[in-house]
Design a protein around this ligand. Structure first.
Ligand code: 5GP
Ligand code: ZN
Length: 142
């Protein structure tokens, strides 16, 4: 996509600190890291949503993201990593070329996910939600 910043990074038209590239994916350091070494893994082909990325490419993104996470632990003395993907503006996606964040973590890094835990009213409500998801997954086109 011609006006996409990440497509321009893949094409070498915008500079980035590349850490990995193969025929399917490209990985580089995030310009505003949560912790130093925070990386992004992207499909070379433009996809706005993770949902349209072919399975082999999505699998490569996850595999390379995990390997980068291990490299961050072994070489930069991190203790863990988060893999994070924001799909859609309400989920926090700012750059509309799908990307997997690899966020290196330490116990005392002072970063916290703003996680919450709601509760279903009862098992029927929970089963109803599950049934809707299952119905859609069973449809061939989705
Ligand atoms: P999102 O919020 O869309 O999941 O994350 C977008 C990420 O891309 C942000 O963490 C941001 O720092 C990073 N980013 C945005 N523009 C650039 C850029 O031009 N170069 C690099 N290396 N990272 C970028
Ligand atoms: Zn793009």
């Amino acid at each position: 996509m011609s006006n996409c910043i990440f497509c321009k990074i893949v094409a070498g038209e915008i500079p980035a600190t590349k850490i990995y590239e193969d025929e399917l994916v490209f990985a580089f350091l995030d310009i505003g890291p949560i912790n130093f070494g925070h990386a992004l893994v992207i499909p070379k082909e433009h996809h706005t949503s993770s949902a349209t990325i072919p399975e082999n490419v999505a699998g490569r993104m996850f595999h390379i993201g995990s390997r980068i996470g291990v490299a961050l632990k072994r070489e930069l003395e991190y203790e863990g990593f988060n893999l994070h993907l924001a799909d859609g503006t309400p989920a926090g996606q700012v750059v509309m070329h799908a990307h997997l964040h690899v966020v290196p973590r330490k116990v005392d890094d002072q970063f916290h996910w703003n996680w919450r835990q709601l509760a279903y009213a009862d098992s029927d409500e929970r089963a109803g939600v599950a049934a809707k998801i299952i119905r859609r997954l069973d449809r061939k086109e989705s």
